[in-house]
Design a protein around this ligand. Structure first.
Ligand code: PEP
Ligand code: MG
Length: 943
């Protein structure tokens, strides 16, 4: 059955399996291969594995993802041949294991029908509980449990879920009835509803189904089961699931189709000796080695997750049900020692018996991943290598998320649960669509909801953080935000959201859409306005982990840093040197820019000498500070790269400024004339002599400014290039204006000399940009040699430094053997090399056509983000090979943006580069990625 938001099967689901018949398709928990997540889905495989390692799992079976794909490929949407018979035979086994019977009015077996694909996609696909209830079995359930309220509660839940998921009845129709009855009965929470209330709700739900679908609610339990299985299969192609896969780049190779798990129901709502809960074997927010979770007595599983009642923290279970708490601790130990990974598990206690319903690897934020990795390795649950491989390098970026500045004095507006750490500010919005709209428009927003549901997922993507007024730390909002590394405050009960009015009430205070708030997911506090944040510092665990990473990596990690302050930060991030110092960035400081302008406006080398002499000591001082900070590590200084007109205003800007100045001059002349006429008049009236006419200095000043701007405009015009990126820049500039490069080389060498004289062990490296021919290097090298000799003679020392080149021009790759005769090192400038290889402008492509290319799978990745191994990578390979043929000792690195991206780092490792260099905050990511690359070479350490 197609629910309204079901998307037609696209190429996304592979149809390979559609022609295969006589496949097994259906597996009992005792026979399914617990490692085969592709076939059985993560949940199904785990249920099999848990059963087979002796945990108390309710009996059941899995219908495979292959069955799902075969079903989706069938235009008639029929279950594959033989599946229904196999399901029936498995149901018989479940019946005998439970002693209950499916559809039996006296002793009914109820089942849950759960989705589950190879990758966990929490809440993105459908699940139906309490299946097998009809008007007859309901009575059996009531008699058997002697609990009428429980029976009707299960029934109304089933009708709603089945109605929504399998029959496409809008949820609001059920919610409205539910709220009406609650209101009529004068109760606030559903637990206050009586059996009669629930009976009325069930009856009215059945009527809603009839009204909406034109058919009565199915009474035949096998018909229910078949429809439910199909509905779960369909949910694989539902909008939510498709959007989620697209957002997280989940390809069919990673997860293809959903399995269906049919599991005997156990009930957490059978009275006060029953409960339901979700837990993590360690705290997923901090990584602390304590059981973490929440439970509700006398409730069903979705009550905890949906946040309908605010659950209790698991430590209270130790007081409330001590024996069960011990069982839970035992379960936790068994899960971790078997899976060797933090587990996120669901359990139900039915009349004092603990059942484990589900387990999966816990989604944790980066703080928790790092801490658990280090601690689990120290506990010898994992090897160090496994501990490193467990964390995706990019995840470490989360650790660089801001926290609230502790000096802030603001009083919280509301308090909720600290559900996902980090702090964020933004305008509040009260529904996911608005969040998406404003987020796309570049606004920072905080999504504020009563509770979130899976269909809000696009709102999460668009928001800086999430705030809910209901639900706990394991509510949907909390789990999803944590997975995304976004801050979340959950269960802030003092907030009353009114979606229609686009406002929320907190006590007397009304928050309107667009008001700024700040949330602190580490403390659960909510504040009005924007509160400043601070960067976090490295935890000891992270330091340990990165130390292990360095021990395991072959690639060295350097930083791109342009100022002494950047250099200090780079060291803190663990960089072993500076791989790129862009000297032009030093020119941009406001007090330096006028000198740089003077240098550009000069017409002759002699005129240029004056500003260059002013720049020399400034650059020398910068270099001295950076070399000293990094000593004894290498610092690669790149000579001036951009075209010099980049330091000038544009012609348009100058035209406007000139227009303004001319206006000003006209006004000033007018004022001066008026003033002189008045004086003349005054003298005539008084019969006195006039003094000399008023000489307006202002007009003179304006004229000087106009002359200067005119000169600038002339220069800009002269320097104009149609294609500046391919123009007069880099070494071409250095050779045509040799005095500029000579000044920079002199500054570098003199700084190094002064450091050496002060016994500071510095390792400068001079790097030439945009090189395409070895003759260019020969010429720059001659400047270097000339200056080196002069300084060595003057200072009486021997300078220690290296001379090398960027490889960022295609011809440089082709001439690598020749360049290596001149250069002691190569550094790939993959930003420019990518631009040159693709002929894509690095300035424009990402905003113009690359999103289209990504969406339509024309290119696998954005090549400015992930190094293009097939094109740019091939050129790099040639350059490395040929360069090292000339000089086997050649040091080769990368300093383009790709140097901080894990997939690209893996490629650099495989290419045999010596180092990668990236921006400071990405250094930790690169260190871990470098270790991954090395560890990935040996097969026996994979998890
Ligand atoms: C590059 O081109 O990759 C590079 C590092 O230089 P820039 O980005 O400064 O052009
Ligand atoms: Mg470049």
């Amino acid at each position: 059955m197609n629910t309204p938001d079901t998307i037609e099967l696209s190429q996304e689901a592979s149809l390979e399996t559609s022609s295969k018949i006589n496949q097994k398709f259906v597996f009992s928990f005792h026979e399914g291969d617990g490692k085969n997540k592709q076939l059985l889905g993560g949940k199904g495989a785990n249920l099999c594995e848990m059963t087979q390692i002796g945990l108390n799992v309710p009996p059941g079976f899995v219908i495979s993802t292959e069955a799902c794909l075969t079903y989706l490929a069938d235009p008639g949407r029929q279950l594959p041949e033989g599946v229904l018979e196999k399901v029936k035979s498995q149901m018989e086994k479940v019946e005998s294991a439970t002693g209950k019977s499916f559809g039996d009015p006296q002793n009914p077996l109820l089942v849950s029908v759960r989705s589950g694909s190879a990758l966990s996609m929490p809440g993105m696909m459908d699940t139906i509980l309490n299946l097998g209830l009809n008007s007859e079995t309901l009575q059996g359930l009531i008699q058997q449990t002697k609990n009428e309220r429980f029976g009707y509660d299960a029934y109304r839940r089933f009708i709603q879920l089945f109605g929504k998921v399998a029959l496409g009845v809008p949820d609001e129709k059920f919610d409205t009835i539910f709220e009406e009855v609650k209101h009529k009965a004068g109760v606030k929470v559903d637990i206050g509803l009586s059996a009669e209330n629930l009976q009325e709700i069930s009856q009215r739900f059945l009527e809603v189904v009839l009204e909406h679908t034109g058919r009565p609610f199915p009474e035949n339990v096998f018909e229910q089961l078949e429809i439910a299985i199909k509905a779960v299969f369909n949910s694989w192609m539902g909008k939510r699931a498709v959007d989620y896969r697209r957002e997280f780049n989940i390809t069919p190779q990673m997860a293809n189709g959903t399995a269906v798990n049919v599991v005997a129901m156990v009930f957490g709502n059978m009275g006060n000796d029953s409960a339901t809960g979700v837990g993590f074997t360690r705290d997923p927010g901090t990584g602390e080695n304590v059981m973490f979770g929440e439970y509700l007595v006398n409730a069903q599983g979705e009550d905890v997750v949906a946040g309908i009642r605010t659950p209790k923290t698991v430590s209270l279970l130790a007081e409330e049900m001590p024996d069960l708490y011990r069982q839970l601790e035992d379960l936790r130990d068994k899960l971790e020692s078997h899976y060797k990974e933090v587990q996120d598990f669901e359990y139900t206690i039915e009349k004092g018996i603990l059942y484990c319903l589900q387990t999966r690897n816990g989604k944790m934020n980066a703080t928790a991943m790092v801490r658990t990795s280090v601690e689990m390795a120290k506990e010898r649950l994992l090897t160090k290598e496994q501990a490193l491989l467990r964390i995706k390098p990019e995840m470490l970026e989360q650790l660089l998320h801001p926290r609230l500045d502790s000096k802030h004095q603001s009083e919280p507006l509301a308090q909720g649960l600290p559900a996902s750490p980090g702090a964020a500010s933004g305008q509040c919005v009260f529904d996911a669509d608005r969040a998406e709209l404003l987020g796309r428009a570049g606004q920072k927003v905080i999504l504020v909801r009563e509770e979130t549901k899976p269909e809000d997922i696009h709102g999460f993507f668009a928001s800086q953080g999430v705030l809910t007024s209901r639900g706990g730390k394991t509510s949907h909002a909390a789990v999803v935000a944590r997975g995304m590394g976004k801050p979340c405050v959950a269960g802030a009960e003092g907030i009353h959201v009114d979606v229609k009015l686009r406002q929320a009430k907190i006590g007397e205070k009304i928050l309107h859409e667009g008001d700024n708030i700040t949330i602190d997911g580490g403390t659960g506090c909510v504040y009005l306005g924007v509160i400043p944040t601070v960067e976090p510092t490295f935890s000891d665990e992270l330091k340990t982990l990165l130390m292990w990473a360095d021990e395991n990596a072959r690639l060295k990690v350097m930083a791109n840093a342009d100022t002494p302050n950047d250099a200090k930060n780079a060291l803190e991030y663990g960089a072993v040197g500076i791989g790129l110092c862009r000297t032009e960035r030093m020119f941009n400081a406001p007090e330096r820019l006028p000198i740089v302008l003077e240098m550009i406006l000069a017409d002759t080398p002699e005129e240029r000498e004056v500003p260059l002499n002013k720049l020399l000591p400034i650059q020398r001082q910068d270099f001295k500070e950076i070399f000293t900070t990094m000593a004894p590590r290498p610092v690669t200084v790149r000579l001036l790269d951009p075209p010099i007109h980049e330091f000038l205003p544009t012609e348009d800007e100058l035209r406007e400024e000139l227009q303004h100045l001319r206006h000003l001059k006209e006004t000033a002349v007018g004022v001066a004339n008026l003033f002189n006429s008045l004086r003349l008049l005054h003298a005539e009236n008084e019969g006195t002599q006039t003094q000399l006419p008023f000489n307006d200095k202002g007009v003179e000043l304006i004229e000087q400014a106009i002359a200067k701007k005119e000169l600038m405009r002339k220069k800009v015009h002269e320097l104009h290039e149609v294609n500046p990126m391919l123009g007069h820049r880099g070494v071409r500039l250095g050779l045509t204006y040799p005095e500029i490069y000579k000044m920079q080389i002199q500054a570098i060498l003199e700084a190094a000399a002064e450091c050496q004289q002060a016994n500071i062990d510095v390792r400068p490296e001079i790097m030439v940009p945009q090189v395409c021919a070895s003759e260019e290097l020969v010429r720059v090298k001659s400047f270097v040699d000339e200056l080196r000799k002069k300084i060595e003679e003057e200072k009486g020392i021997k300078l220690v430094f290296k001379f090398g080149t960027m490889i960022e021009v295609v011809r440089a790759c082709m001439q690598a053997d020749e360049l290596a005769k001149q250069a002691e090192f190569f550094s790939f400038g993959t930003n420019d090399l990518t631009q040159a290889t693709f002929s894509f402008s690095r300035e424009d492509a990402e905003n113009k056509f690359l999103p289209f290319y990504a969406e339509n799978n024309i290119l696998e990745n954005n090549p400015f983000e992930v190094l293009d191994a097939k094109g740019v990578g091939k050129l790099m390979q040639i350059a490395v090979e040929w360069g090292r043929k000339t000089n086997p000792e050649l040091k080769v690195g990368i300093c383009g943006e790709h140097g901080g991206q894990s997939e690209s780092i893996k490629f650099c490792h495989e290419l045999g580069l010596t180092y990668v260099s990236c921006s400071g905050p990405r250094v930790p990511v690169a260190r871990l990625a470098a270790a991954h690359a090395k560890l990935g070479e040996s097969k026996n350490v994979s998890l």
